[in-house]
Design a protein around this ligand. Structure first.
Ligand SMILES: [Mg+2]
Length: 277
């Protein structure tokens, strides 16, 4: 730090005030098998519940996921009619949650970070709650921004587009769903969290979410690989490596300045509160 930049002397605000953390494959490793099981369940849903021919399902799901951020957002965009809760129950209900074990190391890391910590996931709140409880991290976050937070029923209007693969021109139907990596989802999350992007670190295992986060002005940490991609300020094989990669998260902890930060905790009351059930 250059002379004159000592925050104790200048009274500057801390560099980081808020941590926005993705849930799946960010707070636990991809090797847990939940992501693979989730993909299978989504494909089963599209086949069994929406009646798409089995041979066509994987390609359709891939294309929709690529275009819309989540397969669900894509299915809605192209006109499939289904109930969100039914979809989430089917897709997440049979996940091997038993593969997730309590992670006291991560818990201690999170609890020792002085910044506000908020989950930002495309998943639904029941899933987020189950995952956090399994990992023993249910008390580590100020709130959860999830599917229900980003998508209130009043905001969603059904789409009846007639759309089929492949996308051959720019007439891609819009999805009524707000989810990462859309600009709107990140802006909404920042608004709900009452967070300044320039003082917020965003953790995610998705390279496109990270790229979108960077475009929104966030500091970014790609998790699950040590190779930095577009928009990633840092890349960590595991979230457990955070202290080595970003010691500055803790460096501000003991300064008088950080104790004096005005934190608008009341503003996150609209976020789904951490679920402990
Ligand atoms: Mg993820």
């Amino acid at each position: 730090m250059a002379l004159g930049e000592n925050p104790l002397v200048t009274g500057q605000r801390p560099r980081y005030e808020c941590l926005l953390l993705d849930l799946d494959d960010t707070l636990y490793p991809l090797s847990s098998g939940l992501a693979a099981a989730c993909t299978n369940n989504i494909e089963d849903y599209v086949n069994q519940k929406l009646g798409v021919k089995k041979s066509r399902v994987p390609g359709l799901c891939r294309e929709l996921y690529k275009t819309y951020g989540t397969t669900m957002a894509g299915l809605k965009a192209v006109g499939y009619v289904f109930d969100f809760d039914d979809y989430h129950r089917f897709v997440h209900g049979r996940l091997p949650y038993e593969n997730l074990k309590p992670d006291p190391v991560l818990k201690n890391l999170l609890l020792s970070m002085p910044q506000r910590k908020i989950i930002f996931t495309n998943g639904d709140k029941v899933h987020a709650s189950k995952v956090l409880n399994r990992l023993g991290l249910q008390d580590c976050f100020e709130g959860i921004i999830c599917f229900e937070t980003l998508n209130t029923l009043s905001q969603i209007t059904e789409n009846n587009n007639d759309w089929d693969m492949p996308i051959v021109n720019s007439t891609i139907p819009e999805t009524p769903i707000t989810c990462k990596p859309s600009k709107e989802s990140i802006e909404q999350a920042l608004h709900l969290a009452n967070a300044d992007p320039q003082r917020t670190i965003f953790f995610d295992d998705s390279t496109r979410n990270i790229a979108a986060g960077k475009r929104a002005g966030l500091h970014t940490v790609l998790v699950g690989t040590s190779v930095r991609t577009e928009g990633a300020d840092f890349a960590l094989e595991s979230i457990h490596n955070i202290r080595e990669a970003l010691p500055e998260i803790w460096e501000e902890e003991n300064t008088e300045r950080s104790k004096n930060v005005v934190r608008s905790r009341g503003a996150v009351a609209t976020i789904e509160t951490v679920i402990t059930a």
